[in-house]
Design a protein around this ligand. Structure first.
Ligand code: UD1
Ligand code: CA
Length: 431
């Protein structure tokens, strides 16, 4: 059975207390609404997104990730509320699944369960010890009779612990019949989608609850919720990788964004952060290293290394306090305290401690190229643009400002001077 999906994302998200629209706040490196759309696309070919507050900027960002979505702009002045949101939306299929853009933890697996219940409306219900903040659901003999918003509920209704998670599967014809009838005579002066339930009950339609877990249907309304949702998402992402064969030391201290891929035998030590579209194969990432948008294979990184976007590392050893940016390193050793930016370094080359590629002259960035089997002594500065050919020795402390030909030694040093007994002249003998 094909279904249409609508994702509501027009709300202002006032409780986030942020200039950034709510659904653009990130969970595991991707906007909240990205996660919802990604799951929705697994089960439907008709996905409709309702925007309102900051509509254009949200639409632009969504379009960077997805194609074939329909966008609608809600008239928030005239028709505020979740019912108002659906006013002009056109659906392809007979059944419509209604989702919220601020529910990043839903999965297509959970959404499929809605289709298994035979009713005119299936709605998600969570049983909560503390139902605060949610609409309360009145259920009798497995039939939903009514949803009461918290702000409109009386004392008895407030005690109800079955709450509306905000996801519904509903027949299109019911939406067409009841949406025009909604009124905004309530505490928030909004057109509540939830009022459809009572209309449908009165007309004899069947409305069944689907009991779900808060962990999957959690709405993010504040920055605290954002952190809670992040924790759940991170647990899922890392669990999947570990089940697929990745070793993680103290996984609760590791952060891995959606979009990262691993292959082969990899070990990730505690405190690592791996972001963007990074790809890591048969590598060992030691404690507290940060990797962004980079390709790493058959390498060891860290501890405490930083691999910035656009790097490609193969058969390479990167040690502590080494920063690599937009560089291609093939079979290189850079064990300590270096900056390698906009560089290409070839097989067998050793980078001594304290080597710096001076890639920026204050206006532009330039490249450093280093060939095979080069020995770069400690505390070397490579002033780019510069090319070091194969089999070169660069003496410790050298500032390289010219290209160096194959087989050469490059050395730039102030001659060493030794002054005998200077110490005693300066501090005196008794010292
Ligand atoms: C809604 C439900 C409530 C349920 C809760 C679950 C209604 C009237 N109430 O409450 O029963 O417990 O969700 O989270 O539906 N939105 C729009 N346009 C609007 C208003 C909201 O698109 O005019 C979108 C929001 O962007 C959000 C979603 O609808 O993605 C839910 O809005 P929100 O304000 O969080 O819902 P509540 O009023 O808290
Ligand atoms: Ca609201």
């Amino acid at each position: 059975m094909s279904i249409s999906i609508v994702i509501l994302a027009a709300g202002k998200g006032t409780r986030m207390k942020s200039p950034l629209p709510k659904v653009l706040h990130k969970i595991s490196g991707k906007p909240m609404i990205y996660h919802v759309i990604k799951e929705a696309q697994k089960i439907s070919n008709d996905i409709n997104i309702v925007l309102g507050h900051e509509a254009k900027s949200i639409e632009d960002i969504i379009k960077k990730y997805f194609e074939n979505l329909n966008f609608y702009y809600q008239d928030l002045q005239k028709y505020p509320g979740t019912g108002g949101a659906l006013k002009n939306v056109k659906f392809k299929h007979e059944k419509v699944l209604i989702l919220n853009g601020d529910m990043p933890l839903i999965t297509s697996q959970e959404l499929k369960n809605f289709k298994n219940i035979d009713a005119d409306i299936v709605m998600s219900v969570i049983e909560l010890e503390n139902p605060k903040g949610y609409g309360r659901v009145v259920i009798k003999n497995d039939q939903v009779l009514k949803i009461v918003e918290e702000k409109d509920a009386n004392e008895d209704e407030l005690k109800i612990k079955s709450v509306n998670a905000g996801v519904y599967l509903i027949k299109k014809e019911l939406l067409e019949e009841f949406l025009p009838k909604l009124k905004n005579e309530n505490a928030q002066k909004e057109y509540y989608l939830t009022d459809i339930i009572e209309y449908a009950v009165n007309k004899g339609y069947s409305i069944k609850p689907l009991f779900v877990e808060e962990e999957d249907f959690k709405g993010v309304n504040s920055k605290y919720d954002l952190a809670l949702a992040e924790e759940i998402m991170q647990k899922r992402i890392k669990k999947k990788f570990m089940q697929d064969g990745i070793i993680m030391r103290l996984p609760e201290t590791i952060f891995i964004e959606e979009g990262v891929t691993f292959e082969g035998e990899c070990e990730i030590e505690s405190g690592c952060v791996i972001k963007g579209d990074s790809y890591i194969k048969n590598s060992h990432i030691k404690a507290n290293s940060v990797i962004e948008d980079s390709h790493i294979e058959y390498s060891t990184i860290g501890p405490m290394a930083r691999i910035r976007p656009g790097s490609f590392l193969k058969d390479t050893h990167i040690g502590n306090f080494v920063e690599v940016k937009k560089s291609r390193l093939l079979g290189v050793k850079a064990g300590h305290l270096s900056y390698l930016g906009d560089s290409e370094i070839d097989i067998g080359t050793n980078i001594g401690a304290g080597t710096i590629t001076c890639n920026y002259d204050g206006k532009r960035k330039y490249k450093t190229k280093i060939g095979k089997n080069v020995f770069v002594g400690s505390d070397t500065q490579l002033v780019a643009p510069v090319t070091i050919e194969d089999d070169v020795i660069i003496a410790a402390g050298t500032t390289v400002t010219k290209d160096v030909k194959k087989g050469s030694l490059a050395i730039s040093r102030v001659p060493l001077k030794i002054v005998k007994d200077f110490y005693y002249k300066f501090f005196g003998k008794s010292h």
